[in-house]
Design a protein around this ligand. Structure first.
Ligand code: GDP
Length: 435
């Protein structure tokens, strides 16, 4: 959820604006626990967009002689966590040194800023007051009156416009792929291949930490981001071979990914360390493709893919839903298929089944194999619905939720997969009581 901060020097009308925005023009969705006491944060909804509005006025020290450093500090804290900043100034007072101070901090932080010139009750009469603030150097500009609730809707519209810019950037980034596996399975070889000449590397995106570099590439009209390529390609085998480091890196990458490639070395088969790393992706409930690399080294006469796949699945029983793809990062065999599969898997992960069709499938499943009675009591599932995607999660409503055995849930999961697929995606269930 985006964060919008109202920032400005003392006495420009921050809290009045905050109160008017939460009280009148926008619907309050709910209070945020823990901070409601100070009433500094509120959830707001405006034309279908939810955001968190922050009143930095409440952060001000309760003293008359504000010093510049305090104002600067207050602004910096608020700005740090904000996606959009509403910079409010006093139109009647004109530009002051403290306004310049706040403007300086804002420009330095490179945030989306909307300059709101407050206390302008009559724009025609006071237009020259407004124009004075052009000098602060912000492109988005609006005259408002917090007190008299003028132009507040337009102000919120401007804020929403900024969200669209931010969302657009996120969408353009594309699928975020984590390539994980123990040392020497071929992670860097695969990353190099994916970024090879046939595709254009668009840019390096700075990651969340200084040493995590993500790389964006395009294929077949879609964008992809390979996560933490620096960590993968850095050839510090000493460090990487310490399991602690490779696991830590893998966890960080998985958390930021929306699909995981779990690499296995086909010459070695599934090792215990492979199992642990695959388990991390499983625990984070991410969509997964099991990638069997170095397939060029395997003699195909005695081993078919089918045999091999079965062996791998036996070793990784918790990933029964994950597709297995055989590649050679060295020759490039089926490397592009991996990318095409990613699109499919992600579509499955984010798929939503309508309640009617879902219940039809479950009804048939329960007819074929009725819910077992337990402790002499009948368990009845009345209906089910999918409450979320990514990962897909289903709620079953039953008369005795506690008596529903997990093996029966496993059965229902299989039936749901038979009917709807969800390849590569974990599925979650929760059972609630309903007569
Ligand atoms: P990482 O530690 O997981 O990044 O693994 P590397 O990409 O450094 O690969 C380890 C070794 O396996 C290197 O010597 C690679 O040349 C080799 N290698 C990687 N992929 C393949 C492959 O598909 N086939 C063959 N024959 N060798 C590979």
């Amino acid at each position: 959820k985006p964060v919008v901060a109202i920032v400005g020097r003392p006495n420009v009308g921050k809290s009045t604006l905050f109160n008017k925005l939460i009280g009148e023009r926008a619907a309050i969705v709910k209070d945020v626990p823990g901070v409601t006491r100070d009433r500094l944060y509120r959830d707001i909804e405006w034309s279908g967009h939810e955001f968190l509005l922050v009143d930095t006025g409440g952060l001000e020290p309760n003293t008359k002689d504000y010093i510049m450093s305090k104002v600067r500090y207050q602004a910096e804290v608020a700005i740090e966590e904000a996606d959009v900043v509403v910079f409010i100034v006093d139109g009647q007072a004109g530009v002051t040194a403290l306004d310049e101070e706040v403007a300086y901090v804002l420009r330095k932080k490179n945030k989306h800023v909307i300059l709101a010139v407050n206390k302008i009750d009559n724009l025609e009469k006071h237009s020259e007051l407004v124009y004075e603030f052009y000098g602060l150097g912000f492109e988005n500009f609006i005259a408002i009156s917090g007190e008299h609730k003028q132009n507040l809707g337009d102000l919120l519209d401007l804020v929403i416009e900024k969200f669209k810019d931010i969302e657009l950037i996120e969408e353009e980034e594309g699928l975020r792929i984590a390539v994980i596996g123990r040392p020497n399975v071929g992670k860097s070889s695969l990353v190099n291949k994916l970024m090879g000449e046939e595709r254009t590397i668009v840019s390096n995106i700075a990651g969340t930490t200084r040493d995590a570099i993500d790389t964006k590439f395009e294929y077949d009209g879609n964008s992809y981001v390979l996560i933490d390529t620096a960590g993968i390609r850095r050839k510090s085998k000493v460090e990487e071979s310490l399991e602690y480091y490779s696991v830590l890196r893998a966890i960080k990458s998985i958390k930021r990914a929306n699909i995981c490639f779990v690499l296995i070395d086909s010459k070695e088969g599934v090792t215990d360390q492979d199992k642990r790393i695959a388990g991390l992706a499983f625990e984070e409930k991410k969509p997964i493709i099991i990638v069997i690399n170095k397939w060029d080294l395997v003699k195909k006469d005695n081993y078919t893919m089918k045999d091999y796949e079965k062996e791998v699945k036996d070793q990784l029983p918790f990933l029964s839903y994950a597709p297995v793809i055989f590649i050679s990062a060295l020759t490039g065999q089926r490397v592009l298929k991996l990318i095409e599969k990613s699109e499919q898997i992600f579509a499955e992960y984010t798929k939503k089944i309508t309640t009617g069709v879902l219940n039809q499938v479950l009804k048939e499943a329960m007819m074929l194999n009725p819910v077992p009675t337990r402790k002499g009591r009948v368990v009845k599932i009345n209906y089910a619905t999918q409450i979320r995607t990514a990962p897909p999660k289903f709620v079953l409503f039953a008369n005795n939720p506690d008596l529903l055995h997990f093996s029966y849930l496993r059965y229902l999961e299989n039936k749901i997969r038979e009917a709807f697929g969800f390849e590569g995606s974990p599925i979650e269930f929760t059972v609630r009581r309903k007569g």
